[in-house]
Every structure is written in C-alpha cells, then in structure tokens.
Design a protein around this ligand. Sequence first.
Ligand SMILES: Cc1cc2nc3c(=O)[nH]c(=O)nc-3n(C[C@H](O)[C@H](O)[C@H](O)COP(=O)(O)OP(=O)(O)OC[C@H]3O[C@@H](n4cnc5c(N)ncnc54)[C@H](O)[C@@H]3O)c2cc1C
Length: 480
Amino acid sequence: MKTTRRKFFFAAAGGGLGALAGAGGAAPAEAPGPGEIIVPQRKVPVLAEADVVVCGGGTAGIAAACCAARHGAKVLLLERWPSLGGMATNALVNIWHTSDRQKQVIFGFVQEAIERAGDFIQRYPDYPKRHETHCFDPEGMRVVFWNLLRDRGVRVLCNVTAVESLVEDGRMRAVLVDTKTGRKAVRGKIFIDATGDGDVAANAGLPFDLGREGDRRVQGMTMMFELRGADQAVARATPREQSQRVLKMMQELRDAGKFPQFNESHAGHYLRGGSNGLYNLCPATGNPLDEEELTRLSEEARGHVYQYRDLWRRELPAFAKAEIVQMGHGLGIRESRRIRGVKTLDGQMVIKAQKQPDAIGHGFWMIDIHDPKGTGYTTHSDQKPGQWLGPGESYHIPLGICLNAQVPNLAVVGRCASTTHEGLASVRLQSHGMVMGQGVGTCAALALHGGEQLSLVDIKKLQATLRSDGVYLEGVPGSA
Ligand SMILES: Cc1cc2nc3c(=O)[nH]c(=O)nc-3n(C[C@H](O)[C@H](O)[C@H](O)COP(=O)(O)OP(=O)(O)OC[C@H]3O[C@@H](n4cnc5c(N)ncnc54)[C@H](O)[C@@H]3O)c2cc1C
C-alpha cells in the first residue's frame, strides 16, 4: 500500500501555532493536477491543547484517555460522531470477551468499566467457560463512557473530525480538526490515534496496510439491527422444519439474486429461537475509506434488513409482529488501515499463544475472519485447530504494535494497530483494544516526564504500573 508523506510548516511569525499555516503553508505550491485545486494558505485558530490528545472516542480511545488521565496527564479526547463508544454503541456491537475459557484474563480498565456499568451490563451465566463474558445495552453504555471520562477529568469534544496531522522535525505537533465553524488546530505533547481507521497516523505519513494479501480486501462489514416483537412462545411451539424451510427459501432466493446476502450460521439460530434483540446478520463488503461506497453500502444494508423482516413476517408465525426498532448509526467496520508499527502481530503469534517482553496485557480470541467478499460467511463456525487457542491459553498484546519507528510522540490503539489481516481478526475485539488503550494511555502519561518519547518509557516500570492498576499480566519473558 502506497502512502504519501506530507510536510507541514508552521508560520514563521506571529506566535507559533496561534498563527498556524495550513498544510504546505510556507512551501511553494505545485501547480494543481487534473481534478485538484490549491487550498489557500491561511491562519487557523487553536481550539484546545493538552498533554495527551486522543483522537477517536471508541472503546480503545476511551480506555487510553481515562488511563492517561489517571496518571496525571491533561487529556483531550476528540470524536467525530455526536456520541461516544465507536462500534460498541454506534454500530450496536454489544459483547465483551474477558475469559480464556477457564478464567478471566482481562481486568484493569475493562473491569472498571464493567463495574461502573451496573444494570447496563450483564455477565453471561456460563462465565468464564466462553470467551464472551458480558453483553451490554449500547444506549446505556454511552452514559457510562461519558461518566468514566468525566470522573477522570478528560475533556471531551464530540462533533470534530481530525483531518490533518502536523509533523515538524519528526514530531507530531498538532491535529487539524474540522468543526461546524471551520478548521481549527489542537496542540498536544503526545497523540494517540484511536480512530479505528488510523486517520491521524496515516495523515502523519506513517506507512500502513489495507486488506488481506492478494486482493487487498478487508473483512466484511455488518449492519447490526435490533428486532423486537417476535413471539418466543410461538417459536418454541413451531416445528423446527418451519424455520429450516424459511432458511432454505432465503438461500434459494439469494442464489437467484432476489434476496440479499445474510449470515447463514446466525440466521438459523435467530429464526429457531424467535429472537428479540440485536441481530448480527446483514453483511456488506467494500472499502471503509471510500465515502461514496460506504454511503451506498450503508443505505443498501438498511433496505436489506427490511427485506429480511418482511419475509419472516410473511413466512413465520413467530415473526408476524416483528419490528425493526433500530439499526447501527453506521455500518459496523471490522478492518481498515493497519498502521505499521515496530512490531506486527500475526496469526502465528496468536495461535501459538506467544508471550512478549513488551506485553501490556493478554488476548485470546480466535482468528475470526468475516468473508471479505461479503457473503456473510465467517470462520468463527469452522472451529479449525489453526484458528482457535485452547481453553486456558492466551497470547500477549505487545506495546510494539502501537508504536512506530517514525514519530516518537504518536501511537495507535485499537483496530488500527500493527497487525496482519489474520492477527487483526483476533486482536480487533473491544476488550483487546481496551488493553492497548490502557497500556498506551499509561505509557503516554509516564512519557511526559521523559522527553515525550513513548518508546523510551521503561517497559518494566510500565508493566509494574499496569499491574498495580489491576491489569492481568502473566508469563512476561525476562520477568522474575
Ligand atoms: C458487526 C461487528 C461485530 C463485532 N463483534 C464483536 C464482538 O462480539 N466483540 C468484540 O469485542 N468485538 C466485536 N467486533 C469488533 C469491535 O467492535 C471493533 O473492532 C472495536 O469496537 C474497535 O474499537 P476501536 O476503538 O478500535 O474503534 P472504533 O470503535 O471504530 O472507534 C473509533 C472511533 O473514532 C472515531 N473517528 C474515526 N475517525 C475519526 C477522525 N478522523 N476524527 C475523530 N474521530 C474519528 C469514530 O467515530 C469512532 O468513535 C465486531 C465488529 C463488528 C463490526
């Protein structure tokens, strides 16, 4: 994947960033090519400044912001959408995984959030025998996330999109954000890119990968939706053959091009049970960085959800009164840019439960790939030995997948960390991204006292701090 490195200049006179020039400010402008225009040089106001600027208010970014603030940093969190939580709330992805199938191995900030969530979160009855341990009400979690950030003293600005990264002398100095009243600058000492798409790091010129080897396609996306009004008593009393007949009908119509794609393994389960709740059923495929494609895919997916409902209403008595009560604010995106770091987590490191000297926590999820061609097929149901870790096994999430060799005061957390397509298929889980958030947020706070260079933080000191903050961290090579 080719990237462009941009060079930004600060205005020479007028008091540093208060008089910040736009991208390419002092450089002579090249003549525009076909389909390009020249943006005039201009001053932009400084909107805010902080020790640590976290871009992206998904679960990974929230963890990073709270944990940096916990250790004394003045923290600012920037989010493009009007509410917090990212995929967890705005795409209705409401499950957390904390167990290696024998014991809980993710604590720390994740456990704190679970405890703060009260009635908004429920522990599964078979805890800790499955990886999935908690499910939550996405609406309520928005409030929980806000309270966690407020109590840690994090300043939160929603409705601002990070659009440019200003790098000077190899250091990140500011992000430019688009607001309702124009472009503004946010200055910081350390920046954490938690945008999921790696926008800030890519704009700073860091190299990245997109998609799997070969065709460069990313994992399939999903439009999550909530269905209510199904009658479970009627579903229980309905012979199993009925739901199987409807599933077969869906398959035949789909194969004839008259019905949308759907996740087959989930469909059987939802239809048999007359499920009320969130449905992970409606796949889509495309480039998450292409706004036109994303617009078309999201709007088509909304129509597909009503096609499912209409067929079920017609064919299955248990669904006669089914209603769609909500869909994701946007498509659920599993994979986007993966920013190249000083380490890259790959599938073998996951499956072999590899331990790492720079561990910041544990991960355990399988290599769970949703078909990049959008059929709705997922390897989750294959249960091949090459995809799953055994019960009681976990791998280390290393700090190195969040750091890079080019910009020492910029890190990434969450699904844009440095992984292969296969590695991401495991570490993309929210709980795993929050482990990264806690590790990097804490590292950022410690780095403020030593040149604001993340890689220079003493890893043993960081690990000791994480442990004292409740992080589970076992088997680190070289530790006593
Ligand atoms: C359908 C589906 C089912 C899934 N199932 C599970 C599951 O069961 N359990 C699980 O743990 N995980 C699951 N995942 C994966 C998981 O939800 C995501 O990988 C995880 O939520 C990513 O978290 P994040 O914080 O890295 O990114 P995100 O949640 O995407 O957060 C990124 C945030 O940054 C903001 N942002 C983006 N660009 C900018 C910008 N330029 N400026 C400012 N803000 C910006 C976004 O609005 C967003 O709020 C699923 C994913 C999908 C799509």
